[in-house]
Design a protein around this ligand. Structure first.
Ligand code: GLN
Length: 194
């Protein structure tokens, strides 16, 4: 069976995510088709979805204006996986902490945009992630913090703050798992579902 992976392609690391999904699928002997999503009508054909980083205000506007937001909610209600990273985590949250960013409510978390402060605008950290045997080298770029976790499960923390969570079929990370050539987070989100 071929896995159809849709990447929300407004901005940010689309090809890196495509590479990581293909690598994760190949490790499970599955070919993957990666499709870019900029309009409605494509999400219903996807088995898994990726919401990459970028600017959450811009991504949110596209998802709302193009009618993609309700399709993503339907995808999750059907129990299909989503990986939402950085700005993607912000739009996927129950509370985005910013009126300009519509909350999709896919993850039961509250986020705070750009919360790691100027000193730590961008940083890298070896993260222990539940379900991974070795630390994951995580790249944070103007990352959001997760300030409240409702029913979501915390998969990783950095300096006592949750930075990776799972809520049913949805995995969210405050960092960018597509930038290091390590596809274990994509594997966790799309193939280690329970
Ligand atoms: N700072 C961005 C936002 O708040 C997120 C940054 C990113 O995705 N790397 O939308």
């Amino acid at each position: 069976m071929t896995l159809t992976a849709g990447v929300i392609a407004v901005q940010g690391d689309v090809s890196e995510h495509a590479t990581a999904v293909r690598a994760a699928a190949a490790a499970h002997d599955e070919p993957a088709d990666v499709v870019e999503i900029r309009e409605s009508g494509i999400v219903p054909d996807c088995d898994v979805l990726l919401v990459p980083g970028g600017e959450s205000t811009t991504i949110s506007r596209l998802l709302t204006e193009e009618g993609i937001a309700p399709e993503i909610k339907t995808h999750v209600r059907a129990g299909k996986p989503v990986l939402a990273t950085c700005a993607g985590l912000i739009v996927a949250a129950r509370d985005t902490g910013d009126d300009r960013v519509e909350a999709l409510g896919l993850l039961d978390v509250t986020v705070e945009r750009n919360a790691f402060g100027r000193q730590k605008d961008s940083f890298e950290a070896p993260l222990d992630v539940d379900g991974l045997e070795e630390p994951f080298h995580a790249v944070f770029i103007r990352a959001p913090a997760i300030s409240d976790v409702g029913d979501a499960e915390v998969l990783a923390t950095w300096e006592d703050r949750p930075v990776a969570v799972r809520d049913g079929p949805v995995v969210g990370t405050a960092f960018h798992p597509e930038l290091t050539g390590d596809h274990r987070i994509h594997d966790l989100a799309f193939f280690e579902t329970d």
